[in-house]
Design a protein around this ligand. Structure first.
Ligand code: HSE
Length: 437
């Protein structure tokens, strides 16, 4: 029997503890699959004595994750600390420089420093695996990096944040408040340490930037993503979407356009009959469109200890199976030095349908003014709906418009016009509509 692969885990929270438990409880299967045992030989975490439901007494304890990362007593460093700087970055860099393979679930770190870390891994001839960083347990990194070789990708989009999808699903199904749903998502271990990263779309943006690089062979550009979260989505939007035949999802979308690559994260109305609209709760889904394969949709558990641990353990197993000179290629599909510069397509030229919800004074001429602004900006309407605003006692109406395909620039001009006309009683809501699988 070959020698055991020695694993050091830094971070023993929900995910780290799950990884240690899976490695212990599936030792026999993993040994057979990999041709060698996998053993957790060292750990580092904030609290030493905590019960994590797994016996780690045989693993060497390190107070400092950087020391663990450099230790000669491990072959693989598993980073589950989180954060794009500080100990996570220092430890991953130290491990790679020391010639250790690295497995990480840290999308924020990769979104910011992924290309630099990939270059170190490739220079040192070690693996940097990160399946768990995007869409939890869904093997989307392997799919883009390995299975779709030879395909040219035109669009990647999906539901990449379990917390947001869980919140939107429960708000729709149970009519309960955003805050209550968020609390449950935190209790269930789906949310980030700082849940604003989830609800304001940053977590989705981090994941999308990694998918974009893999799909289009470009340098990661997480700071060039149009970003809107779900904190402004109300029950009124959710109900209106349902009445109009749509469901609201937080989507990350990356597409190749004539002027460059478009990356955007925002609440999106998708047709209720589409497959992506059937993705509920903490489940994630990623759609990939290519020239050879056509359209591929992957869906599965996107957050939580076991889903993430499944991807981490798969990455560790790949390292256990790899042999020098027989590995799975560059970290982001292309050698880090050959990734192309990112060329951004301007969001203002984005074309699609739009949902616009306006709360207006109930007086003569308002409808005519709305219609004029739409016509002035060459926007054609698919449907229009008006109803008395619920529960606030004021003399106002809610007007909901769905446009045919138009541009972001035209919609922004029309919305600015509505505001200038002085008929609105609150800020307009604009939600993009996406053609979806
Ligand atoms: N907070 C993330 C989510 C965890 O809700 O999807 C997985 O990355």
């Amino acid at each position: 029997m070959a020698e055991a692969l020695r694993v050091g885990i830094a971070g023993l929270g929900t995910v780290g503890a799950s990884v240690a438990r899976v490695i212990a409880s599936k030792a026999g299967e993993l040994t057979r699959q990999c041709g060698r045992p996998i053993a957790v030989t060292a750990v580092s975490a904030r609290a030493k004595g905590k019960d994590r439901g797994v016996d780690l007494s045989g693993a060497k304890w390190f107070d400092d994750p950087v020391e663990l990362a450099k230790s000669a007593e491990i072959d693989v460093f598993v980073e589950l600390i989180g954060g794009d700087e500080g100990p996570a970055r220092a430890a991953v860099k130290a491990a790679l420089e020391a010639g250790r393979h690295v497995v990480t679930a840290n999308k924020a770190l990769l979104a910011k420093h992924g290309v630099e870390l990939a270059a170190v891994a490739e220079r040192r001839g070690v693996l940097l695996n990160y399946e768990a960083a995007v869409a939890g347990g869904i093997p989307v990194i392997k799919t883009l990096r390995e299975a779709l070789a030879g395909n040219t990708v035109s669009r990647v989009f999906g539901i990449l944040n379990g917390t947001c999808n869980y919140i939107l699903t429960r708000m729709e199904a149970e009519g309960i408040s955003f805050e209550e749903c968020l609390k449950d998502a935190q209790r269930l271990g789906y949310a980030e340490a700082d849940p604003t990263f989830d609800i304001e779309g940053n977590d989705t943006a981090h994941k999308l930037s990694i998918l974009t690089s893999l799909a289009f062979g470009t340098k990661i550009a997480a700071d060039q993503i149009y970003l809107e979260g779900i904190s402004n989505i109300t029950q009124a939007d959710i109900r209106a979407a349902g009445e109009l035949g749509y469901r609201i999802k937080l989507l990350g979308v990356a597409a190749r356009t004539e002027t460059g690559i478009e990356q955007r994260v925002h609440p999106t109305m998708v047709p209720t009959a589409s497959v992506i609209a059937q993705v509920h709760g903490v489940t994630n889904a990623v759609a990939i469109e290519t020239d050879i394969l056509g359209e591929l949709l992957l869906s599965g558990p996107g957050a939580g200890g076991n889903a993430t641990a499944s991807a981490v353990v798969g990455d560790i197993a790949d390292i256990a199976k790899s042999r020098p000179g027989f590995q799975h290629g560059p970290v982001f599909g292309w050698p880090a030095k050959e990734l192309k510069p990112y060329r951004e397509a301007k969001m203002r030229s984005h074309a699609g349908g739009y949902f616009i919800r306006l709360t207006v004074h109930d007086r003569t001429g308002v409808f005519a003014a709305i219609a004029k602004r739409m016509a002035d900006n060459d926007i054609s309407l698919e449907s229009i709906m008006q109803r008395p605003d619920e529960g606030n006692g004021k003399s106002q109406k809610t007007v909901m418009l769905v446009t045919h395909e138009t541009t972001e620039a035209a919609v922004r001009k029309a919305v600015d016009g509505f505001t200038k006309d002085g008929h609105l009683t609150s800020k307009p809501q604009v939600i993009r509509i996406e053609r979806a699988a």
